[in-house]
Design a protein around this ligand. Structure first.
Ligand SMILES: O=C(O)CCC(=O)C(=O)O
Ligand SMILES: [Fe+2]
Length: 278
């Protein structure tokens, strides 16, 4: 660990972040900071309005409904490359349907997907931020709502179309770095602190892979004094992090779902395009 380098996120707003970092997204690609956090960029009233709409439309399970026959601990609204990418034509058709849905899904609200793209643009000087696409123009899903119910967790992992999924047949494979953007639409556990992500100051490499595979990363991190950063989010906060840093989200507790709007992001310092997908 380098001396004098506490691993703190860049926050809370664009003006402050840009005063300190000339090229915030580059700084994030080097894992010099754990995250870029925009506080309070989407109002809690609008978050609640969207949740009500999704529930009435049957897009997510009503959390107040006890003993539902639906036992899924995660429900997606959108198109996941991770889950659907093995069948490319089906993935792209599903993504096209998501684009249609998202054309009207936010009517009457500020468009939260645009908010993520605009925020990303603002911290990425000189880059053109666009929905990920194949050479023929077909688009990936633009963003995804993930509704996580009680017990759902993400164990320590990384996300990488390059190093983990090896999606050589997708255009996003070209990027050197991958990030995630996550807007907190609802925190779990209304009385407690919610279920908050933990980012480890540890970029993935072959040597740490066994600890991830064997689910002993937490012990490895302790033994090696690996710093971490728990990103305490409130409803309406947005954060970006480097998904090549090992990260995790502890299990959701209680009946309130943890709901996020999430994207993945492909970036190379010498590429003027940034691709965003889900
Ligand atoms: O929900 C989050 O805050 C992060 C989830 C995650 O690990 C991911 O998007 O890959
Ligand atoms: Fe992840």
């Amino acid at each position: 660990m380098t001396i004098n380098s506490k691993w703190n996120p860049a926050e809370p707003d664009l003006a402050t972040i840009c005063k300190i970092y000339q090229d915030p997204i580059y700084t994030l690609s080097q894992a010099e900071i754990p995250a870029i956090i925009f506080r309070n960029v989407y109002s809690p009233e609008q978050c609640q309005g969207l949740i009500d709409r999704f529930t009435y439309m049957g897009l997510m399970r009503d959390e107040n409904e006890l003993n539902s026959a639906d036992k899924r601990t995660r429900i997606d609204i959108g198109t996941s490359l991770g889950n659907r990418g093995s069948d490319k034509s089906h993935f792209l058709a599903h993504a096209e349907a998501t684009h249609h849905l998202f054309k009207f899904l936010f009517d009457g609200f500020e468009n939260p997907v645009d908010l993520i793209y605009n925020s990303l643009s603002a911290v990425s000087p000189g880059k053109d931020v666009k929905v990920a696409r194949e050479a023929d123009g077909s688009l990936y899903g633009p963003a995804i709502f993930r509704v996580h119910y009680e017990t759902h967790s993400y164990k320590p992992h990384i996300d990488s179309v390059k190093y983990r999924e090896q999606r050589t047949d997708y255009a996003v494979y070209r990027f050197k770095h991958q990030f995630a953007g996550v807007l907190c639409v609802q925190n779990a556990d209304e009385n407690g602190k919610g279920t908050q992500a933990i980012l480890h100051r540890c970029l993935w490499n072959e040597e740490i892979q066994p600890y991830i595979a064997e689910e002993t990363f937490d012990q490895y991190a302790k033994e090696n004094n690996i710093e971490n950063c728990q990103v305490e989010l409130e409803q309406g906060d947005l954060y970006f992090f480097n998904t090549q840093c090992v990260h995790e989200v502890p299990p959701v507790q209680g009946t309130r779902a943890r709901i996020v709007l999430a994207v993945f992001i492909g970036y190379s310092p010498d590429d003027n395009e940034i691709y965003v997908w889900s």
